[in-house]
Write a protein that binds this ligand. Structure first.
Ligand code: HDD
Length: 679
């Protein structure tokens, strides 16, 4: 997308964008370079001269190109966007960007996995980061969230322990970006506070279909504060307009080889195409006086407030409408910090949040090389910055003032604080909370129920979601070497649900546990992904075409699907043209796992191609819609599918396209019995 300077942040960034069109090659000092291919040497075959400043500069610059990757969330992808609130929330918060519906606030979002290194695969079983920087007129506000509403630990002092357990094991750095290993599960069995989070991790929430189809959560309970200083507890939720959808585990394993950039590419491509992802920001609000009306503690980040108890209130929309122009400068150098807040939003005493407020700024000092990382263009607020902070590595500003302390008289008393001027407008004022107590090192007794909400999550799942959870436990624990750890995990699961524990025990070859802990029977339907908004728009359809395909049948269906917003790739045994269609991908370079659905549009000539048959079988195994156009039946016969659920056939034209589009929009057809089907 061109640098069109669409909003205040983009206009600010435009000042730093550099293009090389029509320029000539120089050193870093701006000196013209005659030749950048040959070192300075004595004669044709003689030694290289130390004097060669161009050679030395080039090597030095290369040697120092890498910076430390993020200690967690190293693998990520970013995009610019804009946020707009639906109506003024000034009765709740004095945050300027939430008070004026005509105001468009620029944002930058970075999505990420947590455990994997910078070059690891996108589609691993993991939480996804969903971090948003709002460049507001009152300063940067960072909502640094995840796609799970709960965290595995309740106190930030345990973060190092949790992360060390999930990261590759210290002896051999194995496994990369995987939770399926002994140390993570050892941590889990010893720390029951992980159990609610582990249910989310074992569910398909941990393998999102797309960053465009995943929820985001602020996780902690924060506080809105209005102009009168009145506080209201608030939880933030991002809801994707396209609905929340996931991949399936077998597909994920195949995707890691076929396209390790699957989620990154999807985000990039859709924004380039102009199919801008949208998320609705919703809040759950709890009055201060209701703080203790729940059977859990609002300060405990391993708990949700069930939506049925406190409904979501939609407050605005964010549209991601622009890709970065340089991955390193923007996506890598962006620095989020939970402590970056603006007037009208405040923290609570959640001990996880309190630790985070220290960690984020601290970590950037190593990663980005010093305290001036806020001056890097992507991190720079659009609000003016004036204070007495000076110097440090990579200082970009030339402070032209006689003083750097407050109060001063020499500099005219500037920069002046609100207290100095008596003008309190737009300044951050801390919520005046009364606190008292003894200094103790102890987990609050109100944090001690670790199972009720894990059970709530399990009870809320549809049948297919429960099956996937059991399979996930078996895969993960199947990679754990120590049997004692597996056994202890099963013991923990007894507290979640007896049936779940029995199924996992059976798969692991343990005797069925005596389930003595009764299931409370409560559920929260909003936790299931079973019922989501449906749309074929932006869904990727593989159209299998052969030289014998009937263009008169295939062409109108393709057009009708594209007209409904689907992305159709023509896939054929060879590149060039098949029938009358331009081929997007050759069969051996494509695979069904890159697509949401398959349209069999090829004739008899596709049948001898094992890849074509495999394409259909694999798509069936993964629950995807399969369309069959007249002439393509031989391919279906060769695939020998064990059922026809989600297989759309009989006819062509717009009626067929409509029926097929509905089957694609349903995402997956879980009513298929594929357990025995090998694909
Ligand atoms: Fe964190 C990065 C989300 C707990 C310490 N975290 C990081 C990112 C996200 C989250 C999305 C990536 C930001 C980016 O894209 O640059 N973290 C969370 C959530 C948490 C959470 C939702 C719990 C509710 N984090 C957490 C704790 C600590 C940290 C308890 C430490 C006490 N997180 C960090 C960090 C990172 C980070 C070490 C690594 C890179 C960075 O900050 O910039 O400071």
């Amino acid at each position: 997308m061109p640098a069109d300077g669409g909003n205040d942040k983009q206009r600010q960034l435009d000042q730093y964008r550099v293009r090389e069109d029509g320029t000539r090659y120089t050193t870093d000092q701006g000196t013209g370079v005659e030749d950048t291919d040959n070192s300075l040497s004595v004669g044709d075959r003689g030694p290289t001269l130390l004097e060669d400043f161009h050679l030395r500069e080039k090597i030095t610059r290369f040697d120092h190109e890498r910076i430390p990757e993020r200690v967690v969330h190293a693998r990520g992808s970013g995009a610019y966007g804009e946020f707009q609130v639906y109506e003024s929330l000034s009765e709740l918060t004095c945050a300027d960007f939430l008070s004026d519906p005509s105001l468009v606030t620029p944002t930058f979002v970075r999505f990420s996995t947590v455990a994997g290194e910078r070059g690891s695969s996108d589609t691993v079983r993991d939480v996804r980061g969903f971090a948003t920087k709002f460049y507001t007129r009152q300063g940067n506000y960072d909502l640094v969230g995840n796609n799970f509403p709960v965290f595995p630990i309740q106190d930030g002092i345990k973060f190092l322990d949790f992360v060390h357990s999930v990261k590759p094991e210290p002896r051999n750095q194995i496994p990369q970006a995987q939770s399926a290993h002994d140390t993570l599960w050892d941590f889990v069995q010893l720390q029951p506070e992980t159990m609610h989070f582990i249910m989310w991790l074992m569910s398909d929430r941990s393998i999102p279909r797309s960053y465009r189809m995943m929820q985001g959560f602020g996780v902690h309970t924060f506080r809105f504060v209005n102009a009168q200083g009145k506080g209201t507890f608030v939880k933030f939720h991002w809801r994707p307009k396209l609905g929340t959808y996931s991949l399936v585990w077998d597909e994920v394993l195949r995707l890691q080889g076929n396209d390790p950039d699957f989620n990154r590419r999807d985000l990039w491509d859709t924004i380039e195409r102009g199919d801008f992802p949208e998320y609705e920001l919703c809040v759950q609000l709890v009055a201060e006086e209701d703080e203790h009306k729940f059977d859990f503690d609002l300060l405990d980040s391993s708990k949700i407030i069930p939506e049925e108890e406190v409904p979501l209130r939609p407050i605005g929309t964010m549209v991601l409408n622009r890709n970065p122009q340089n991955f390193f400068a923007e996506t890598e150098q962006v620095a989020f910090c939970t402590a970056n807040i603006v007037p009208g939003i405040d923290f609570t005493n959640d001990p996880l949040l309190q630790a985070r407020n220290f960690s984020y700024l601290d970590t950037q000092i190593t990663r980005l090389g010093g305290p001036n990382h806020q001056q890097i263009p992507i991190n720079r607020p659009i609000a003016p910055v004036h204070n007495d902070h000076r110097d440090g590595f990579h200082q970009h500003m030339i402070h032209d003032s006689d003083t750097a302390y407050s109060k001063n008289s020499i500099g005219g008393g500037c920069p002046a604080t609100a207290a100095d001027t008596g003008n309190m407008e737009g300044v951050f004022r801390h919520y005046q909370e009364q606190v008292s107590g003894e200094v103790i090192r102890r987990r609050s007794p109100s944090f001690k129920d670790h199972y009720s909400q894990a059970t709530l999550f399990w009870n809320s799942m549809a049948g297919w979601e429960k099956t996937h959870i059991v399979n996930a436990f078996l895969f993960e624990l199947g990679h754990v070497e120590r049997r004692s750890i597996k056994e202890k995990v099963v013991e923990r699961l007894v507290n979640v649900d007896g049936d779940l524990a029995r199924q996992v025990a059976q798969g692991l070859g343990f005797p069925p546990p005596d389930a003595t802990v009764p299931n409370h029977g409560r559920s929260s339907p909003a936790l299931s992904m079973d019922d989501q908004p449906r749309s074929v728009a932006t869904r990727q359809i593989a159209v299998l075409v052969g030289d014998q395909s009937d263009s008169g049948v295939v062409g109108p269906v393709l057009e009708a699907l594209r007209g409904r917003g689907a992305i159709c790739d023509v896939i054929a045994p060879h590149e060039g043209t098949a029938a009358t269609f331009e081929v997007d991908k050759q069969l051996s370079a494509a695979t069904s796992v890159l697509y949401d659905a398959v349209l069999a549009a090829g004739g008899q000539d596709l049948v001898p191609d094992g890849y074509a048959v495999q394409f259909v079988r694999e798509a069936f195994k993964h629950g995807k819609a399969i369309g069959v156009l007249p002439g393509a039946e031989p391919l279906l016969e060769a695939a020998n599918l064990p059922g026809r659920q989600g297989v759309v056939d009989g006819g062509a034209g717009d009626d067929f396209a409509q029926r097929f589009a509905e089957a694609v929009a349903a995402h997956r057809h879980w009513d298929r019995d594929v357990a025995a089907f090998p694909a």
